[in-house]
Write a protein that binds this ligand. Structure first.
Ligand code: ZN
Length: 111
């Protein structure tokens, strides 16, 4: 018998390793949707990837000396408003300045 919690952790850590490798090797910052496509993950599971990114942000400095997970913040594609202060990692639904719902998602890279 295998403990399922162990199996679950194994799957999660493998996915995180893949995300770290992808963001280390990428030459331009990637959105969560890009990450999902690269890794063959259903983009509807983007919540999982955001959780992984939060985890990676904390662990990457320890595991890859001097490297950090960097984020290009979300931006309103209508007026250019930049969401600098975010309570949660995700794409905001609407611009506080012009009320547009066309928001470019945050993008990530490890440098
Ligand atoms: Zn706007």
């Amino acid at each position: 018998m295998i403990a399922l919690t162990y199996l679950q952790n194994g799957i999660e850590s493998t996915r995180r390793e893949k995300i770290i490798r992808l963001l280390l090797e990428s030459t331009s910052p990637l959105s969560v949707k890009d990450i999902a496509i690269f890794l063959g993950i259903d983009p509807r599971n983007s919540k999982l990837i955001y959780e992984d990114l939060m985890h990676i942000a904390k662990s990457v400095r320890r595991r890859h000396k001097g490297r950090n997970l960097l984020m290009l913040p979300p931006m309103c594609s209508n007026c250019g408003y930049i969401f600098k202060e975010m309570k949660r990692l995700k794409t905001p639904s609407r611009c506080p300045r012009c009320k547009s719902e066309q928001i470019l998602p945050p993008r990530f890279i490890i440098k």
